[in-house]
Design a protein around this ligand. Structure first.
Ligand code: URA
Length: 280
């Protein structure tokens, strides 16, 4: 019978899986547990942790059973090019209409644990938009996306591009905080993303940056390892989508910042932004 994991071990395990997933490793197998070794373990907590060890798999056939499958979302049609374009002066009002329609949302289970709905932040006429996964504790408290530690790093990434946070538009796959910062469940993401797609279609940024695997998955409509999506431009609803690492992942593994910077430079090239002079 499957052993119940305590909350701390489970959270650590989820973090580990998330870490590998951000690296583009999405298939896992459970390491067989040596019964003799387990018996020798004096500490019960340690043995639970040992059983929870996972390693990235070489084989595609062994799927780590606790990772929820992301079902394909219903396709959300791109609007006809001209008819759907909201004039720049009306975009703030159009976004407010979407916010009003969301209301005090109870469409999925995430509403039960949230404090504030995190709709978006930034310029309704931005040429550059970032999409993250979902609010964390700070965002849930303030009602704004990316205001915690990951947000500070995102602000630095935006500044490195020669822009300010006020010049871009920032939103998430889900607008309510998942408990314990877990990855949104497919039904939660699929319930929320139609609003995100409407926000994207109103702002119509030239370039959209998906931060991490969850944003990439739900924007593109299919799951694929991040490694295979980074480093290039994906045509997306008449816009250009670039996939890069989530800032929270970069906080855990700062060595990947240079890869993220390479992705952001692709975005800058598309936007015609000059690379800041080195040393500035
Ligand atoms: N992580 C996200 O994906 N979004 C936020 O708004 C904050 C942290």
């Amino acid at each position: 019978m499957a052993r119940q994991l305590d909350a701390a071990t489970r959270e650590a395990l989820v973090e580990r899986v998330r870490f590998y997933r951000d690296l583009g490793l999405t298939e896992f197998y459970r390491r067989p547990v040596d019964a003799a070794m387990l018996a020798a373990e004096a500490d019960e907590a340690q043995s639970v942790a040992a059983e929870a060890e996972v390693e990235p798999a070489v084989s595609q056939s062994n799927v780590f059973e606790e990772e929820p499958a992301i079902s394909a979302r219903k396709s959300i049609a791109a609007p006809p090019e001209i008819a759907a374009a909201v004039p720049a002066m009306d975009r703030a009002a159009a976004l407010q209409m979407i916010r009003d329609e969301i209301g005090d949302c109870t469409r999925c289970a995430l509403h039960k644990g949230r404090n504030k709905i995190v709709f978006a932040d930034g310029d309704p006429n931005a040429r550059l938009m970032f999409v993250g996964e979902g609010p964390g504790a700070d965002e849930d408290a303030q009602g704004l996306p990316f205001v915690g530690r990951a947000g500070q790093l995102l602000n630095n990434m935006i500044a490195a591009m020669g822009l300010t946070r006020e010049q871009v538009y920032i939103a998430n796959v889900v607008k309510c905080r998942p408990p314990g910062n877990r990855t949104p469940e497919p039904d939660e993401a699929n319930t929320c993303t139609p609003f995100l797609f409407r926000q994207i279609d109103v702002v119509r940024p030239q370039v959209l940056v998906a931060l991490g695997a969850t944003a990439a998955t739900y924007l593109l409509g299919h799951r694929q390892p991040l490694a295979g999506l980074r480093g290039r431009v994906h045509p997306f609803r008449g816009m250009q989508l670039i996939v890069t690492y989530h800032p929270a992942f970069l906080l855990r593994d700062p060595r990947q910042k240079k890869e993220a910077w390479a992705d952001l430079q692709i975005a800058m090239k598309e936007l015609g932004l000059k690379k800041p002079a080195s040393g500035s």
